[in-house]
Ligand binder design. Structure first.
Ligand SMILES: [Zn+2]
Length: 164
């Protein structure tokens, strides 16, 4: 039996969106990406305040992107302290050049891994996918439905609100 999906809302600053598309266009025709920084206001609401870019050691290819994890861990620690321990890692972002903002099979498995990865410290991560050069993006989230008497976990699209 299918359970009703959660209604998850994500607030994203317009500066974040501009930065993602600027970086995305700069790296065309290759992929790029990074980390989403912000906080959760409830179990079903996120606020994205900043992004962290790919990092100097990231690898950009036409249909794959490998982030610079060491750079990300250091930057996340910095943001966390600078924000008075309010803002932290809440998910990832990456681009699909000349394509759509839907998740690939690989993306889905990455999102599941992040949710289960203790060091990421978030069991309900979000993943933003942008499709430059088009100004199209979607944000996805993961929920483990095992607690809700279903055998399957679930990945689905969130509602996006852009703020200034
Ligand atoms: Zn992808």
């Amino acid at each position: 039996m299918e359970l009703k999906t959660y209604e998850v809302k994500v607030w994203v600053s317009d500066i974040v969106i501009q930065e993602i598309f600027q970086e995305g266009r700069n790296k065309l025709p290759n992929e790029t990406g990074g980390v989403l920084v912000g906080y959760k206001t409830s179990d079903t609401e996120f606020v994205v305040t900043k992004i962290i870019g790919p990092g100097p050691k990231a690898i950009h290819r036409r249909s794959s992107f490998l982030p610079d994890q060491e750079f990300h861990e250091a930057e996340i620690a910095k943001v966390y302290l600078d924000s008075g321990c309010c803002e932290t890692y809440i998910g990832d972002w990456h681009t699909h050049p000349y394509s759509t903002a839907y998740l690939s099979g690989q993306d889905r498995s990455t999102l599941r891994k992040i949710a289960k990865y203790k060091r990421a410290r978030i069991s309900t991560p979000i993943m933003l996918v942008a499709a430059p050069p088009q100004l199209v993006f979607k944000i996805w989230t993961y929920r483990n439905k095992r607690k809700c008497a279903s055998l399957f976990d679930e990945i689905f699209e969130t509602h996006i609100n852009v703020y200034r």
